[in-house]
Ligand binder design. Structure first.
Ligand code: GBH
Length: 480
């Protein structure tokens, strides 16, 4: 637990944008209203409720599709200037194809976006936060190259309709999570377990989709003058034993196989060299005629390279990384064996109720510097960062987490010269936490999912965040 004395009274730059984040399927509900099509998450949770810990789903969630005016009031009360939310693709193209265009879905978001602007809140709009139209899923989803074209068609409609009001876009949220958990390990929709090949094909198609939308925006909507990028999540990694050569090398592999997997094609060009080498070598030993990592053509490398106007970074947690001995370079054909690392938590990193999420505040500074130095993005938005707790108004651990991570962000900004323009904490309010259902709470605002009204209540962390967004400072002493 960080004592307040350790956090200084330095201030964030006055241009810094304080915000919060959500995603359509996690908050909206109204899963089949006003012409919306079925998404692969609707399908996945309805088909077999046991896929979610509490057997619940996002049919109603926070009911934000109806309660959006109340959500905007909360944002105003928090005093934030930035709201990251996502558009549900099947509300715009219910079948995933443009001929299924749904005006009611467009009208809903238009009304919402205009109300945000009226409240002086900048929208940061994610086009895809995991709710693929089910029709496209049935045609192979993110394993099918044509999904990239469908995504482009949907993005074009979004730019056309919302672009006059929206100047900050994110194409795809965390492609790694979708590919790893949805196509590699079967824990998220669509539930495929193709850890050897599908996981890499998924990455390829999502990167093509991202680049397609980026080019459409800059070729056809340049006059709108906005920015568009990909949102990538990463852990902060450090060697388990800082004196071990093997652990130091493995730490770099851990970065490249997670963050670099998506950032390298976009910011540098092509897959990270270590992925090309390791997966190529292993595939050959396994008897594949070509690498399980699909090669890009020279044309594709150029198509994807440079498709960024900022870096969208989600950071939650940290890993201590160990090099694994690879006698004979063996093991089954799998992303995890390709990566060849072993990861764990240090004992002194505070644990949350989510098994994967620990607090290591320095990780924020470390990761911001890593991204800044490796990819020279010019500008970073931290598009997600947050803490998992029980349903409780008193959430001191979340306050400690936010304070520690933001203090390290301030170090990166003021001492290391990293340009961080804005921050949208995850999350504005408790919501449907995917396979964890409603068992883990990420909101600074609590939601009562038992009540018809889905009553929203400020947690201690919301009150803390409200003061921080007002004073641009992490300690109470800053208040004049
Ligand atoms: C974010 O991902 C998502 O963008 C957001 O929708 C979500 O609500 C939020 O996290 C909180 O979870 O279950 O052990 O297999 C953050 C990165 C990557 C963290 C996948 C959880 C699953 C670990 N996530 N990871 S495990």
């Amino acid at each position: 637990c960080l004592a307040a004395e350790e956090i200084s009274n330095r201030k964030f730059p006055s241009s810094f944008l304080w915000g919060t984040a959500t995603a359509a399927y996690q908050v909206e509900g109204a899963w089949d209203e006003d012409g919306k099509g079925e998404s692969m998450w609707d399908h996945w949770v309805h088909d077999d409720p046991s896929r979610v810990d509490d057997q619940k789903n996002g049919d109603v969630a926070c009911d934000s599709y109806h309660k959006w005016r109340e959500d905007i009031e909360l944002l105003k009360e928090l005093g934030v200037k930035l709201y990251r939310f996502s558009i549900s693709w099947p509300r715009i193209h219910p079948t995933g194809y443009p001929d299924s265009y749904n005006q009611a879905g467009v009208d809903h978001y238009l009304e919402f976006i205009k109300a945000l602007l009226e409240a002086d809140i900048t929208p940061l709009v994610t086009l895809y936060h995991w709710d693929l139209p089910q029709t496209l899923n049935e045609q192979g989803g993110w394993l099918n190259d044509s999904t990239a074209e469908r995504f482009g068609e949907y993005a074009r409609v979004a730019f056309e309709k919302f672009g006059p009001y929206v100047k900050l876009w994110a194409t795809i949220n965390e492609p790694k999570t979708t590919c790893t958990l949805g196509y590699g390990q079967g824990q998220m929709a669509p539930g495929l377990s193709d850890i050897a090949e599908g996981i890499y094909q998924c990455a390829r198609v999502q990167l093509l989709a991202h680049a397609t939308a980026y080019h459409i925006y800059h070729d056809e909507f340049a006059s709108q003058g906005g920015k568009i990028s990909l949102v990538i999540d990463s852990t902060y990694n450090e060697p388990l034993d800082p004196n071990s050569e093997a652990d130091i090398e493995a730490t770099e592999w851990e970065f490249e196989f997670n963050l670099g997997w998506y950032a390298n094609p976009v910011y540098v060009g092509d897959w990270p060299q270590v992925m090309i080498e390791r997966i190529g070598r292993r595939s050959e030993q396994e008897g594949y005629s070509k690498s399980r990592l699909p090669a890009w053509s020279a044309e594709e490398v150029e198509f994807v390279r440079g498709t960024h106007d900022y870096f969208g970074l989600n950071i939650y947690t940290a890993l201590a990384v160990q090099g694994i001995d690879e006698p004979g370079f063996g093991g089954s054909a799998s992303y995890y064996n390709d990566k060849g690392t072993s990861t764990s938590s240090r004992a002194d990193w505070t644990k949350s109720v989510a098994s994967w999420l620990v607090s290591y505040p320095y990780g924020m500074r470390g990761l911001l510097n890593y991204v800044w130095n490796h990819y020279t993005p010019g500008e970073i938005y931290v598009t997600e960062n947050g803490w998992a707790s029980e349903a409780d108004i008193s959430d001191q651990l979340r306050v400690d987490y936010l304070q520690g991570y933001l203090s390290n962000m301030l170090d990166a900004i003021l001492e290391d010269g990293v340009q961080v323009s804005g921050y949208t904490t995850w999350s504005l309010m408790d919501n449907f936490e995917w396979a964890r259902g409603y068992t883990q709470r990420f909101g600074i605002i609590q939601v009562d999912f038992e009540s018809e009204e889905r009553t929203r209540t400020f947690r201690d962390s919301a009150t803390w965040y409200q003061r921080t967004a007002r004073t641009y400072c992490l300690v109470e002493e800053c208040i004049e």
